[in-house]
Design a protein around this ligand. Structure first.
Ligand SMILES: [Fe+2]
Ligand SMILES: [Fe+2]
Length: 333
């Protein structure tokens, strides 16, 4: 009889609930092991969801805060061509932010929640954007090195186990590769110019190099969450391995440009078949992550102001949507 189910003692009912959960967990793990994709409606462990919300929203914030240092140079670009390229690039970064906020929303967190976390300083974004862009060469170096490091970090994310994130990353990586090339090309032109232009490029490389290496995050020995993320197919390659690949790929590019990289310990290690490099200043990295970088306050204030200034647009769009809906309801009645 179906009513029997109502009589089950809670203690007897517990194992049935547990086994249903175990079944879902097993299905989830099976998908991960088969290299399949977890989709928004699929069951997932709460910690997997939380890790992804943190990572994707942090990534989205980095894209939109990342618009600021370069946006600073749009009105001062040295030619119409460079201005058009820079506008397109900064606009791309805004688009990346939007894909990523949408991907994070599929996990059940709202954009308002994510932005509130950013605006109140609870959410992090990539610390590289807390440094100033002092000269036009910084714009080229950001394209070459910062976008270059981002590509190295993001290509493995195209294979992330969470479907919406992986799919967003495919398009983002294509655009990032344009960003990297435009930066390199712009520096190449400057390196063929006057000694002042060459010095400006070298100075920008000197200021950004170490910060770019820190972009890959703390050494593997200090990254406690990495192992779990690897098991879940979120993170594919460790921080140190990504950093090493970036260095190995960038050294010949620096040579082609004719700039030196500011690290006396940087040299090819025949045995390892990789470059050795000097030690990164992690104290500076953590100080910047924790709000003490040269531009943290300015970046956050700019984002908050943009949000406040845009309030009337959001209100108008909402009023318009409500009016449309009321009209449709009236017509349907
Ligand atoms: Fe981007
Ligand atoms: Fe980019």
């Amino acid at each position: 009889m179906y009513t029997q189910a109502l009589d089950i003692h809670p203690q007897l009912a517990t194992p049935r609930v547990a086994s249903a959960d175990e079944h879902k967990q097993a299905q989830f793990e099976d998908t991960i092991n088969r290299e399949g994709k977890i989709e928004p409606r699929d069951w997932m462990p709460a910690h997997y969801r939380k890790t992804l919300v943190r990572q994707i929203s942090q990534h989205a914030h980095s894209e939109i805060v990342g618009m600021l240092p370069e946006g600073n140079w749009i009105s001062r670009a040295p030619s119409l061509k460079r201005k058009a390229i820079l506008i397109a690039k900064v606009q791309d970064e805004g688009g990346h932010g939007l894909y990523l906020y949408s991907a994070a929303e599929t996990l059940g967190t709202s954009r308002d929640q994510m932005l509130k976390a950013l605006h109140t300083g609870r959410a992090k974004y990539s610390s590289i954007f807390n440094y100033p862009t002092l000269t036009w060469a910084d714009v080229g170096v950001i394209g070459w090195l910062v976008d270059g490091a981002a590509i190295m970090n993001q290509i493995p994310l195209c294979r992330c186990s969470y479907g919406p994130y992986a799919r967003a990353m495919v398009r983002i990586c294509k655009e990032e590769s344009f960003h990297q090339r435009q930066g390199f090309e712009s520096l190449m032109v400057m390196m063929q110019g006057t000694p002042e232009q060459q010095a400006m490029v070298q100075d920008a490389v000197n200021r950004w190099w170490w910060k770019c290496l820190a972009m890959f995050g703390p050494p593997d020995s200090d990254s406690p969450n990495s192992e779990q993320s690897k098991r879940w197919g979120i993170k594919r390659i460790s921080n140190d391995d990504l950093r090493q690949s970036f260095i190995d790929a960038t050294v010949p590019q620096a040579k082609a440009l004719g700039v030196s990289l500011p690290d006396p310990d940087l040299k090819w290690n025949e045995e390892r078949q990789h470059h050795d490099y000097g030690s990164i200043d992690w104290d500076e990295f953590w100080a910047t992550v924790n709000g003490k970088g040269p531009c943290n306050k300015e970046r956050l204030a700019t984002r908050v102001k943009a949000w406040d200034d845009g309030a009337w647009v959001r209100e108008a769009a909402l009023a318009h949507a409500n009016k449309q809906q009321a009209r449709q309801t009236k017509e349907a009645a």
